[in-house]
Design a protein around this ligand. Sequence first.
Ligand code: CMC
Length: 429
Amino acid sequence: MSNFAELKYGDKSYQIPVITGTENESALDISKLRDQTGLITLDVGYKNTGATSSKITFLDGEEGILRYRGYPIEQLAEHSTFLEVAYLLIWGSLPTKEQLENFANRIKKHTLIHEDNRKFFDGFPTTAHPMGMLASVVTSMSSFYPESLDPHRPEEDVELTIIRLLAKVPTLIAWIYKKETGHPYNYPRNDLNYCENFLHMMFSMPTESYHLDPVIVDALDKLLILHADHEQNCSTSTVRIVGSSHANLYASIGAGICALWGPLHGGANQEVLEMLQRIHEDGGNVDKYVLKAKDKNDPFRLMGFGHRVYKNFDPRATIIKKTCDLVLNKLGINDPLLEIAKKLETVALEDPYFIERKLYPNVDFYSGIIYRAIGIPVEMFTVMFALGRLPGWIAQWKELRENKEPIGRPRQVYTGAVKRDYVNITNRK
Ligand code: CMC
């Protein structure tokens, strides 16, 4: 097949190069389009726009495929660990035993937060949303490591920032929880692995250490793996676009956290639980809410349903559903919200509205139920998503810098007023 597509515009025709990726995805390279034709492309919401070429994550929404650096998500969720996946995403290949040990040990050495940075927590009201606190404290970390502000520093310095972020974000999240509950902060423990240490910092009390159940530790590890990257989604594109101005990694990740916050993105896991709770409190009438979701005059949507790219099923939802059953069985929890979730899924999947629009449960439909069973409160769900997404954001920021990508700067089609003269306030009608 020809490596060009032909564009006819006016009385001229132009050859637009076609780029093909390693999984045979094809794209029109329109980077010279404006110079050649005077035209730009318009694609509100970037539904059909490739913003970069990336070697990190492959996603086929029609087939329900997700691979990190070529490895299927199902295999990684079954056999790998979050730290190994983080290494894979950031450095491109699976680590050797020695590399992984070295990586995990370096992370353990950086889990403490500077005591002055800890004081930031005193300034927040107890009602502050965890995402607002996380975004602020992560961004503020750049002030504690000013060398990180230099975008052209040597590779080993960038690596140290990466290690610091992976090490400190779990501590920050656990402290956000402690701030909200008014309980004393727990310091990290180096004898525990990444997820164990996080659960300890969240739930241990001065009077009693948290009991680390391997089923819970494993479920948390899986959830983090499933959220670790998802190619050019809203928050990742934000990290890349902020990074493209050569902003430091802490600032870029802080911006990504803000983008993740919204209910149409990472905030959906909180919204799912709130929706299930609302249906439960309203008598559990699932059909009523399915009708509301279909009613165009009603702003209600089934949260946890639909995805910009998955149009068949979300492979992460399939894995997470199994984990959810395991956790609830192990903890002996009979969650009425899970029953509502299951009913909702059955009704929606058989309804022509959802079938025609290819709306399936996404990863967030079940993640909230697991977090709730573990004891993580609803308002903390999105920071848990941020913890999982951290290696993906880092990997994408690193790739952008290594590719020496130019500053991100979309164009627009202006539809406002044409030129008009300023009118003095006394003469305005
Ligand atoms: N409930 C009811 N109708 C829906 C839903 C839903 N959850 N999602 C989409 N639709 C309808 C929508 O009204 C539209 O209908 P019509 O063609 O008649 O106007 C059609 O489906 C297409 O929707 P869209 O909003 O144009 O699709 P999108 O690709 O722009 O949005 C989405 C994708 C995820 C924002 C959307 O499906 C949604 O709002 N879902 C609920 C929020 C949610 O669960 N978000 C988490 C996504 S997974 C986590 C992540 O990776 O960020």
